[in-house]
Every structure is written in C-alpha cells, then in structure tokens.
Design a protein around this ligand. Structure first.
Ligand SMILES: *Cc1c(COP(=O)(O)O)cnc(C)c1O
Ligand SMILES: [Zn+2]
Length: 500
C-alpha cells in the first residue's frame, strides 16, 4: 500500500524523518560521549557503553495506541528501508535518513506455534521465533543492519571515507558482518577473526563466500576477542562485535517484533533467550523497557536467559540471591553444542547487571530469571523440536530446554506462553546432529544419544541386481525395468506397505 492509502491520522507518521539526539553513555562512570567518532568503550574509564536518545521524551508525546497503529500500518508499506528493523525507526536509529538504511531482508522473522503434541510434552504452550530465517541465518543480522546503516550514513555524509570492519566471532557475527559489509563495497572491507575449528563448516563458508579476509586463531572466542580489542585500540578499524552499541540498538528490534506479533499484550508471555556474549539479552531487555516506557506495551514479559553448564558465567553470577554479594567470575569454557554461545567472559555483562535491575524495578517484581541446562538436554530438545516440524538450531534447543528447566524450578507456570529464540538456522549446526546420529560425540561434550531420536539414511542396493544406474551411465530397457521393480519392492517391504 502507498502512504496516501492509509488513514489520514496516520499518514504524517508513516515515513519517518531523521530526529533525536543519540549519544553514548558509560555504564560505569556515567560519562556521555558524542557519536561522531566510532566508540566501543568509554574513553574516560574503559567500560562498555549504551546508546541513548537525549530527545527520547518526544516519543512520550505520542500515545501508545498511536504507536501501535504506526507500526502495524508501516508493516503494510512496500518501502524497503521500512520493511525490516527500521519499521521501528524512532526506537532503533532515529537520526538515520531512510536513504542511508541498509535492508537485506532482516527482521520480520516468523513466530511459529509449537504443535499440540510438543506443547503437551513440555507442559505449556509456546512458540519459536525463528531468527535463523534472517539473511545470514542468525539473529546477528539485526544488529549488523543497524551498525552498518550507521557506518553507511557516515560514509555518505562524508564523515569517513572508507572503513575496515573487524570482528571476533563464534561464527555468526562474522557471517553477518561479512554479508552487510560486502553489500557496501568498495567503501567497506571486512576482516574476521575466528577460533580455529570452533566454528562450523557452514559458518566458515559464509564470510569466505562474502569475500571477507578470514583469520583463524588458536584458542576459543574469548582469545579472539582480546586480539580484536587490541586491534581496535591501536589501529583505525571499525569494531563490529556487540561491544559496539549500535549492534545492541538493532537487536532491540527482536523485542519490538514480539510485541507486534502478540498484539502488544505481553503480560502472560515468557521470552526465552540463550546467552553467550550477552549482547542479545541486553538488547531484549532494553527493547522491552523502551516500549514499556512509551506505553507501546502495558506489561513487561518475563525473560529467561539460558546457558549451557559448559559455559555458564552469567547463571553462576545470579546463583547468589543477595545482589550485594554477587561477584562476576569469568570462566574457562568446555566444548558446547551451543557453540555460538561458548563464551566464558561475556563483554556485555555490565550491561546485563545494569538492565536486570532496571527491568525488575520497572516491573515492580522479579521478571528476569537465569537457568542452566546440560549439553544432553540441549541436543535432546533440539532434535525433539525438529521432529515436530521446527528448524531449531542447537541454541533453539537450549531455549526449549531452558523453558522446561524454568518451569521445573517454578519460574514459569503452565498458564504462561513461551516465546523461544531459535537464534540461528538448524542447518548451520547440523554437524552436532550428525554426531548425535552417529554416536561419535567427543567425550567432553557429555552427550549420549537416545535411540528414539537418532536417524540414518538406508542405502538400498539389492544384491540380486546385476546392474544399477550411475551418473553418466543410465540403465535402459529390461535392466532398467528390473532395477525399478526390485528397488520398489525392497522399499515396500521395509515400509511394510500394503498392496492396493
Ligand atoms: C551470537 C549467538 C548467540 C549468543 O548471543 P549473545 O548476544 O552473544 O549472547 C546465540 N546463538 C547464536 C546462534 C548466536 O549466533
Ligand atoms: Zn566511563
């Protein structure tokens, strides 16, 4: 639909104009910094930053009801810049003119109800939000669309000429950055640092295919992160890890989409997210808080953050119930099938601590919970979900295992509704499914396959066949007839088919 086809009261709001005054705020010393320079940490004290809008009050002058209409009508527009995360422009990146916005198909990911049978097994109704259906097949595209749109804006306005984008990655950040960077050739070039053999072959193929320079580094993600931080402190590069607050801003769209998908009624909802570097849960909390503060939603949903027991520094922090006694301890991670979350020293931990407190305060009660699950539970629930029509990755399985754990612990009740982040596409992590099916997980994963969840192809090659077709060498005539009928009856026998 064209803007002129919409109700007159909404028309003036449909196409957003640049507005707002964004700045960085340090969560430690409270200092504020301008956004003209690309900052990742506070120049005064070195801590992480978040972006805030000095004119955020202007959003309060529009009633929540009007905001809801603006977003719902905007969803019908055909303008590419407003199809994805910038449908929520005023909340995501208000200073950006629409022509600087990069849209590669991210955002508006499907929310899929779990089947009755699966819900009955789990003990409550729930949905998967399939963020693996983003262009590079993970939620990371949301934050990259934001960060690269801002860089594009700086390039177009002549503030900077060319950019070398760098990131450390457990696989998906580099895939997303390389994709969005490639779109902005030649001004943007990309270089990614990956822990050697700690990303899947599919994830390695992505930045290579997008033309990025790919470095493999010994160690785990936390080691790569230190190297890339050293690079960004000494050299002229743009750091695209979630330490970059523009990434967080874009990822807030995940919360906004959930609000919209459930008609802005989140009182009985439980949003479940896996935690690695903790950028995503930071964004999810921040997004809901902003919608709540402006009256777009009346109630803050529960949030459950999930970690594997092999990489659980955030859960360990919150095990202590007395906030005054909590101490953050980075940990040494062990191998995890939720490999994209295999992080022992999450960069966004200070943001999490800050926002959990604000969130519970705004809700007037405890609304954020952290749970830990085993590698075994992650695999079993990923495979169970996918045997019921989903496309959950291992982290989606982690979300489901986390929901069940939260219910067991009494954090969630049977009358609530789960919304689970399947953060990437199942196919990126099919190697773990393969290990499960073939029962060849290295011992340190601590996964023992359940027979009822295993599967394997059946090779049909009847011994009484003289000839079989081969590529470039088809069978003809009698031999071909023979082949078709012998193979068909072999399959019919195995499937116990009845004759018609
Ligand atoms: C990055 C990532 C995570 C972890 O998100 P954080 O923001 O680092 O906490 C989880 N799942 C997948 C598939 C990811 O790519
Ligand atoms: Zn500071």
């Amino acid at each position: 639909m064209k803007p002129s086809d919409f109700p007159e009261a909404i028309q003036p709001y449909l196409i957003p104009q640049p507005a707002g005054r964004l700045f960085y705020r340090c969560l430690q010393c409270e200092a504020t910094h301008g956004i003209e320079a690309l900052l990742y940490t506070c120049p005064a004290c070195g801590h992480v930053l978040l972006l805030e809008d000095a004119d955020a009050d202007r959003l309060q002058t529009i009633p929540g009801e009007t905001w809801r209409q603006i977003f719902d009508y905007r969803a019908m527009l055909t303008t590419p810049a407003l199809k994805g995360i910038y449908r929520f422009h005023e909340f995501i990146g208000p200073i950006l003119p629409p022509d600087a916005i990069l849209y590669l198909g991210e955002g508006h990911t499907p929310v899929v109800a779990a089947s009755e049978r699966l819900c009955a097994q789990v003990g409550l109704n729930f949905y998967f939000k399939n963020d693996g259906q983003n262009p590079s097949a993970s939620f990371k595209d949301r934050g990259m669309a934001s960060a690269l749109s801002y860089i594009n804006y700086l390039v177009r306005s002549g503030t900077i000429a060319e950019v070398l984008a760098v990131c450390a990655s457990t696989g998906d950040t580099s895939a997303a950055m390389a994709l969005y960077g490639a779109y902005l050739q030649p001004q943007i070039k990309s270089a990614v640092l990956l822990p050697h053999k700690k990303v899947t072959p599919q994830q390695l193929a992505q930045p290579l295919g997008s033309g990025a320079t790919v470095f493999e580094i010994p160690g785990v993600f936390d080691d790569c992160m230190k190297v890339v931080e050293a690079l960004s402190e000494t050299y002229n590069v743009a750091l695209l890890n979630s330490k970059n607050a523009w990434r967080i801003l874009g990822q807030e769209s995940y919360s906004y989409e959930i609000a919209q998908a459930f008609d802005y009624d989140l009182a009985d909802k439980v949003v479940v997210v896996p935690i690695g570097n903790a950028g995503n849960i930071t964004a999810v909390m921040s997004g809901f808080l902003k919608f709540h503060a402006t009256g777009v939603i009346d109630a803050l949903p529960k949030i459950v953050g999930v970690q594997s027991s092999h990489a659980n520094p955030v859960v360990s922090y919150y095990v202590e119930k007395d906030p005054g006694k909590r101490r953050f301890q980075p940990m040494t991670v062990r191998p995890s099938v939720a490999q994209a979350a295999m992080i022992g020293n999450p960069v966004s931990m200070p943001r999490v601590i800050h926002l959990v407190e604000r969130y519970n305060q705004a809700a007037g009660k405890e609304r954020i919970y952290f749970v830990e699950v085993s590698e075994q539970q992650i695999m079993d629930w990923e495979l169970s979900a996918n045997r019921h029509g989903h496309i959950a990755c291992t982290h989606g399985g982690e979300s489901l295992a986390g929901l069940i754990q939260a219910k067991t612990l009494g954090y969630v009740t049977a009358d609530e509704i789960g919304i689970l982040n399947s953060t990437a596409h199942a196919l990126k992590f099919s190697g773990f499914q393969e290990m499960y099916f073939n029962d060849n997980f290295p011992a340190d994963f601590e996964v023992t396959p359940k027979t009822e969840l295993q599967n394997a192809p059946i090779y049909i090659h009847p011994p009484d066949l003289e000839a079989v077709p081969a590529p470039g060498n088809p069978l003809k005539g009698e031999a071909f007839q023979q082949f078709v009928s012998v193979v068909a009856s072999d399959i019919a026998g195995r499937l116990k088919l009845k004759r018609r």
